[in-house]
Ligand binder design. Structure first.
Ligand code: 13P
Length: 257
């Protein structure tokens, strides 16, 4: 039986289930999360930092884990506007996303910096979700695999094999994020296989590889059925109680298929 890891990245949004839901929808959400965790799947919700305690209340008792969308590489200091991994751990987080393409784009995060963040996260008890992925131009030029390898090498040289080994990788093609245009199963299989092979060549053996980019209730079955896909990093669809429940139900279904 496969065990999936389904992560909801709320980005800078407030999810629907933080408000009062109709009892039936709330019941479905809570029951689905509880069942998935009981069956050995890992479900993580990553709200914006100021909503972490709020989401903790919403998922209390379900076994859903809490994550953040970013952390600093230091635990304290003169870093205005930043949140440290130890502070996140204190709030109950056990996961953190590092290197999301939106932060690479808007905050100019480099692979080296992402590696340092992953390392600091793990030291503080947070499991890093390391994001990698190519732009549409890079894909059109046939450079996808080169770009993924370069990102892996840059992060790896900053954090070392042991940190990478203990992390989760999220393959998120930049062009598939928020566009409603997910990668095809062929593209996902090809990229995930290449990532798996590069990891093996570098001595990283079992790191799960998630897919992210327009995952929805309509395509989650086929994405989660792909051979090297260990789960999904879900953006927009994680904001809706019904959509996220459907994706988690899909994981339960695919695991038993
Ligand atoms: P969407 O699911 O909205 O495409 O976002 C994917 C993502 O960036 C998750 O980190």
């Amino acid at each position: 039986m496969r065990h999936y890891c389904i992560v909801g990245n709320h980005k800078m949004n407030v999810s629907e289930y933080e408000h009062s839901l109709e009892p039936e929808r709330k019941k479905r959400f809570v029951n689905t999360m509880t069942k998935a965790v009981r069956e050995g799947h890992t479900i993580v919700l990553c709200p914006t930092s100021v909503r972490i305690e709020h989401i903790a209340d919403v998922v209390n008792g379900t076994g859903v884990a809490l994550g953040a969308q970013n952390c600093h590489w230091e635990n304290s200091g003169a870093y205005t506007g930043e949140v440290s991994p130890s502070m996140l751990a204190e709030m109950g987080c056990t996961w953190v996303i590092v290197g999301h393409s939106e932060r690479r784009r808007d905050q100019c995060e480099t692979d080296e910096l992402i590696g340092r963040k992953a390392s600091a996260a793990l030291t503080n008890g947070l499991r890093p979700i390391i994001c990698i992925g190519e732009s549409i131009e890079q894909r059109r030029r046939g450079k996808t695999i080169d770009v993924l390898n370069k990102q892996i090498d840059g992060i790896l040289s900053a954090c070392g094999r042991l940190v990478f080994d203990a992390s989760v990788i999220a393959y998120e093609p930049v062009w598939a994020i928020g566009t409603g245009l997910s990668a095809t199963t062929e593209q996902i299989e090809e990229a995930h296989l290449a990532i798996r092979e590069s990891c093996r060549e570098r001595g990283i053996l079992d790191t799960p590889i998630l897919y992210g980019g327009s995952v929805s209730a309509d395509n989650s079955d086929e994405i989660l059925s792909c051979q090297h896909v260990s789960g999904a990093l879900v953006g927009g669809a994680s904001l809706s109680s019904d959509n996220f429940s459907s994706i988690v139900e899909s994981a339960i279904r695919c695991a038993n298929a």
